[in-house]
Design a protein around this ligand. Structure first.
Ligand SMILES: [Zn+2]
Length: 399
C-alpha cells in the first residue's frame, strides 16, 4: 500500500512537471529559444524561419542615445610652497593626493575629466623649481590620475620653462599612463602627427590643445612639435584631419589676459574661428581667474577655468571653475546628432594656512564644502564669481 502511494506521488510529480513544461513551451514568449534548444531532440521538422526571432519594424530601435560625461577644472600651478607641503607630512616623498581628495569625490565619477598641467612634470631628478621657470614632480600626475583625470593639456606658457629635457621627461611619464590622453606637446613629429582620438560609451572624440603664449621662450628650431603654438593654420589643419572621424572635437586653449575677468578680443576671435571649424567644446585657461562662458552657435566656449591649485594669493586667484556636462549622441535613421545636457558650473577654492610664515595644508575644496573657517564670506564670493561666469548663458545650472 505504502509502495503504491509512493509510486502515485512520483507519477503525479512527473505529470505536473510535464504539464508545466507544456504550458511554458506553448505560451512562454521566448518559445523560439525552447525550439532551438529542443530541435535536436524533436522529430518534427522546424523550419529555419521559425528559428529566427521575428523582427518586425516595431522592434527596430528608431532612436538610440549614447552619453558620455565630462568634467573639467583649470590650471595646476605647482609653486614651491605646494610641493614642499606635499612632502611635509611623511618626508618620504611627494603625495599630492590629499590636496585634491575633496574634488576626487566628484571627478572620479566622470567618463572624461580634464585639467591643464601648467607646470611641466620634468621630475625631481631634474631639480624642482617654482615661478618663473617651473619644474614639478611626477607625483602631481599620479594624484590627478588617481582622481580620474584622463584628458590633460600640456600646451601652455610654462611648457618650455625647463627646456627639451623636461618636456621629454614629461612625455616619458605620461606615456606610462595610456589611460590618459595628453595633447599640445609631443616628443617627436611622428608623435604630433598621430590623431588624438578616443571613444567612450560609443562616442568618439578628438582632443587637441594649443597655447597662444610662450612667455617669450622660443621653441627649438626644427622641434616645433615640443609645443603646439596656436595659429589658425595649425588648428585648421589638425581639426580638418579629425572632424569627420569623430562625434565631438574638444579643443583646449591656453589664452587670454592674465588676471582679467573679461574675455579679450583675441580670445573671442580664436573661439569664433574654432567654432567655424566645427569644434564642439573650447576649454580655455591661463588668466588664473575665471571668465564668462559663452555659446558661439552650437559651440560651448569656456574662456577661462581659472586656477585649480596654486600658491597664488587672493580669493580671485585661489578660486577656479569646475564644469560638468553630458555629451549626448542621438542617432535616428542612421543620422547622429550631438547635444549637451546637464551643463553645470561650480567653483573650487585652494585653501592653505600659514604656520611660522610658511604656507601649509594646501587643499582644494568645492565651494559647497567650504565653511566660514576655511573661507570667510564664501557665499558672497560664490555669488560674485558664479554671476560673472554665467552672465551670458541661461542653460547652465549652478553647482
Ligand atoms: Zn598660463
Amino acid at each position: 500500500m505504502e509502495k503504491f502511494l509512493k509510486n502515485s506521488i512520483y507519477l503525479l510529480i512527473i505529470i505536473i512537471a510535464l504539464l508545466v513544461f507544456l504550458i511554458f513551451y506553448k505560451i512562454f514568449p521566448f518559445s523560439v529559444y525552447w525550439q532551438q534548444l529542443l530541435v535536436s531532440f524533436e522529430s518534427v521538422d522546424v523550419q529555419e524561419n521559425e528559428l529566427t526571432p521575428p523582427v518586425s519594424s516595431d522592434e527596430v530601435p528608431l532612436k538610440t542615445e549614447e552619453r558620455a560625461s565630462l568634467f573639467m577644472v583649470g590650471d595646476a600651478l605647482i609653486h614651491s610652497a605646494v610641493y614642499a607641503d606635499a612632502d611635509a607630512d611623511t618626508g618620504s616623498g611627494y603625495d599630492f593626493r590629499p590636496m585634491i581628495s575633496e574634488v576626487k569625490e566628484i571627478s572620479k565619477n566622470y567618463d572624461l575629466a580634464f585639467y591643464n598641467q601648467e607646470t611641466i612634470l620634468g621630475g625631481s631628478e631634474l631639480g624642482l623649481s617654482s615661478y618663473p621657470r617651473f619644474n614639478s614632480p611626477y607625483e602631481v600626475g599620479d594624484a590627478f590620475i588617481d582622481a580620474g583625470f584622463n584628458l590633460v593639456s600640456l600646451a601652455n606658457n610654462h611648457t618650455l620653462d625647463r627646456g627639451e629635457t623636461a618636456i621629454l621627461n614629461s612625455h616619458q611619464y605620461w606615456s606610462q599612463h595610456p589611460e590618459v590622453m595628453t595633447a599640445g606637446s609631443f616628443s617627436s613629429w611622428d608623435d604630433m602627427n598621430q590623431v588624438n582620438i578616443g571613444e567612450v560609451n560609443g562616442i568618439r572624440y578628438a582632443f587637441l590643445a594649443y597655447t597662444d603664449w610662450t612667455n617669450g621662450l622660443i621653441v627649438p628650431s626644427g622641434k616645433e612639435y615640443l609645443l603646439a603654438r596656436y595659429t589658425n593654420e595649425l588648428a585648421k589643419q589638425d581639426i580638418e584631419k579629425v572632424r569627420d572621424q569623430v562625434d565631438v572635437v574638444i579643443v583646449s586653449m591656453h589664452f587670454g589676459d592674465e588676471y582679467s575677468l573679461n574675455v579679450s578680443s583675441r580670445q573671442r576671435e580664436i573661439a569664433t574661428y574654432l567654432a567655424s571649424l566645427g569644434v564642439d567644446i573650447v576649454i580655455g585657461h591661463h588668466p588664473h581667474v575665471v571668465e564668462p562662458i559663452e555659446m558661439i552657435d552650437d559651440t560651448l566656449v569656456i574662456y577661462s577655468l581659472g586656477n585649480f591649485i596654486s600658491a597664488q594669493r587672493g580669493v580671485e586667484k585661489l578660486t577656479g571653475m569646475m564644469f560638468s556636462m553630458d555629451i549626448v549622441k542621438t542617432t535616428e535613421a542612421g543620422v547622429s546628432q550631438i547635444t549637451f545636457k546637464n551643463m553645470k558650473a561650480g567653483l573650487v577654492y585652494t585653501y592653505s594656512d600659514t604656520i611660522n610664515g610658511i604656507r601649509r595644508n594646501f587643499k582644494v575644496y568645492p565651494y559647497q564644502n567650504l565653511t566660514e573657517e576655511l573661507l570667510p564670506n564664501h557665499e558672497m564670493y560664490y555669488n560674485k564669481y558664479m554671476n560673472l561666469i554665467l552672465q551670458n548663458v541661461s542653460n547652465i545650472e549652478r553647482w
